[in-house]
Write a protein that binds this ligand. Structure first.
Ligand code: UDP
Ligand code: MG
Length: 136
């Protein structure tokens, strides 16, 4: 029984702005992920609010939505065995200063808000998030 999964990844504005798109994609590929779909877009704040609705009661919600909509982002569907957990491991801790060596956030993250990447946190949310950006 295979557990090939798909997960949603976003390269956030701080990383796109520093031209880190290709380097981050290389990290995914080197870790065995296939990039099935990708697009570079800029979203409206209202779309960011929908995307991050799970955080709507958090004190950082408004700034987070302002930030995600502040510049171009790259959204991708990544696939490999156990992709959801594997991507969380490759991303590293939410706050780059707690992220392990070898993770994307350790290497590129600036701060807890400018932490370079998003990744789905469960298989169920991965489906919802992939639909959010790629449902046609
Ligand atoms: N975030 C923030 N301040 C916090 C916690 C989170 O700005 O105290 C931002 C951060 O950019 C994070 C996003 O909100 O990536 C979503 O938070 P979550 O806890 O889901 O972290 P993630 O799943 O991205 O590691
Ligand atoms: Mg999260």
């Amino acid at each position: 029984m295979s557990n090939i999964e798909q997960t949603l990844s976003i390269i956030k504005p701080d990383a796109v702005e520093r031209n880190l798109e290709n380097e981050i994609k290389e990290m995914f590929k080197n870790d065995g992920f296939s990039i099935l779909k990708e697009k570079k877009i800029q979203i409206e704040k209202s779309e960011a609010e929908n995307f991050y609705k799970v955080h709507e009661t958090k004190p950082f919600y408004n700034d987070l939505c302002e930030y995600l909509s502040s510049g171009p982002i790259v959204v991708m569907v990544l696939e490999k065995k156990n992709a959801v957990l594997g991507n969380r491991e490759l991303m590293g801790a939410t706050d780059p200063k707690n992220a392990e060596d070898g993770t994307i956030r350790k290497k590129y993250g600036i701060s807890i808000d400018k932490n370079s990447v998003h990744g789905s946190d469960s298989v169920e949310n991965a489906k919802i998030e992939i639909d959010f950006f790629f449902k046609d």
